[in-house]
Each structure stands twice: as C-alpha cells, then as structure tokens.
Write a protein that binds this ligand. Structure first.
Ligand code: HEC
Length: 111
C-alpha cells in the first residue's frame, strides 16, 4: 500500500524541522510551499492517506485537489466547508489544530 516509499517518514519529519530552522533562508515562493506541504503530508497524513494523494489510502480517501477551505475545515476542526459533500460519511480522522501553520503548504502540495 505504501509502494514507492524509499525513505522512512522520519527523514521527512527531520527535513521539515530543519527547514523551519533555516533562519537565513529567503522565502522562495510556490515551489517551496509545495515542497513543505509534501513533507507535512508525508510525515502527518500517510498513516491513513495514500503516499500518492490521487489514490485512496489504507484508511482515508484520495485528497488530491482538496481546496484550502476544505483542508482548513477538515484538519483544524474536523468539519467540512458549507455545502461540501464529503467523500466519506465516516468520522475517523482526528482534528489537528496544531497543523494550522501548514494549511497553505498542504494546499499548495495537493492542488
Ligand atoms: C487517522 C487517520 C488519518 C490521518 C492521520 C489523516 N486523515 Fe484525512 N481522513 C481520514 C479518513 C478516514 C477520512 C474520511 C472521513 C473520516 O472518516 O473522517 C479523511 C478525510 C480527509 C479529507 C476529506 C476528503 C473529502 O473530500 O471528503 C481531507 C481533505 C483529508 N482527510 C486530509 C488529510 C490531511 C491533509 C492529513 C494530514 C495532515 C490527514 N487527512 C490525516 C483519515 C486520516
């Protein structure tokens, strides 16, 4: 189910921590946002979602193309934006309000 994973998730977690601590780095735009989002996705989401976000994972559905509004509501509050029809009717995914700083990056990666 996680075919294609060449490095253990901990490496990506370390990459993420290292990036946050890069005091001298200039902000380099969308490519970086997507890369940061990928690191967050790999370290926080693929226990349930697929490494390839366009495919269903072991527990969660495909999430490719998720809007920022959907990600914010789902991840921070375990809710959905008004009028959105969820892919699944289950309520298994826990809210992660601590991931608020990474919603933009996740949206850039999943767009
Ligand atoms: C504990 C397992 C688990 C983790 C970890 C998890 N999810 Fe989920 N996710 C689910 C499940 C299961 C659903 C289906 C709805 C439900 O049961 O909560 C879901 C639903 C979603 C949805 C709504 C999809 C739709 O269109 O209805 C999005 C978006 C999403 N997850 C993104 C993420 C992101 C991004 C992360 C990492 C920050 C993440 N999830 C972490 C299990 C998880």
């Amino acid at each position: 189910m996680l075919g294609g994973v060449s490095s253990p998730p901990i490496l990506f977690a370390l990459l993420l921590v290292g990036h946050g601590g890069c005091a001298g780095c200039a902000r380099r735009g969308e490519a970086d946002a997507s890369a940061r989002g990928r690191a967050v996705y790999i370290s926080q989401c693929i226990s349930c979602h697929n490494l390839d976000p366009s495919l269903p994972g072991p527990l969660g559905p495909q999430v490719k193309g998720s809007s920022r509004a959907l990600l914010e509501a789902r991840i921070l509050r375990a809710e959905y934006p008004p009028g959105y029809t969820p892919t699944r009717t289950t309520r298994l995914m826990p809210a992660r309000p601590d991931l608020a700083p990474y919603i933009d990056d996740l949206a850039a990666f999943l767009q």
